[in-house]
Design a binder for this molecule. Structure first.
Ligand code: THU
Length: 136
């Protein structure tokens, strides 16, 4: 197994214990690695108005951006599922804002792992969207 992301997965697993998921009971932990080397973590935060739920990936990246980071290398996403999960469609678009080629490391609590890329999961994240207002 690729040892490169062991620390990132461990941090995502630790963050998973902070999940607020009383409705789905599906706790997710995420950890995003910045180019600077810093790591920010997140966990899913549910709401009784279900649509307001925030996924672990967005919590982690939101914390990183609020911490002054904008350059990201990889994100680990951890769950107690049969196979590693991948970010939902909304999270893919959110993550692509900062790095459309982000490495996605899915891992289960049992140790299964699958590495993917955001560019494969969400090709063309910017096509046609606000072309007149590209951030610089
Ligand atoms: N969830 C995440 O936090 N990340 C994912 O990649 C998939 C889904 C959360 C949202 C909700 O709280 C629960 O998992 C069930 O969908």
């Amino acid at each position: 197994m690729d040892k490169q992301f062991d620390d990132l997965v461990a941090m995502a697993l630790a963050a998973r214990s902070k999940a607020y998921a009383p409705y789905s009971k599906f706790a997710v932990g995420a950890a995003v690695k910045c180019k600077s080397g810093a790591v920010f973590v997140g966990a899913n935060i549910e709401n009784r108005s279900f649509g307001l739920t925030i996924c672990a990936e967005r919590v982690a990246m939101g914390a990183a951006v609020a911490g002054g980071e904008r350059d990201f290398v990889a994100i680990a996403v951890t769950s107690d599922s049969d196979e590693p999960i991948v970010p939902c469609g909304a999270c893919r678009q959110f993550l692509a804002e900062f790095n459309p080629d982000l490495i996605i490391v899915g891992a289960t609590v049992r140790g299964d792992r699958k590495i993917d890329s955001l560019s494969r999961l969400l090709p063309d994240p910017t096509r046609g969207i606000l072309k007149h207002a590209d951030p610089s």
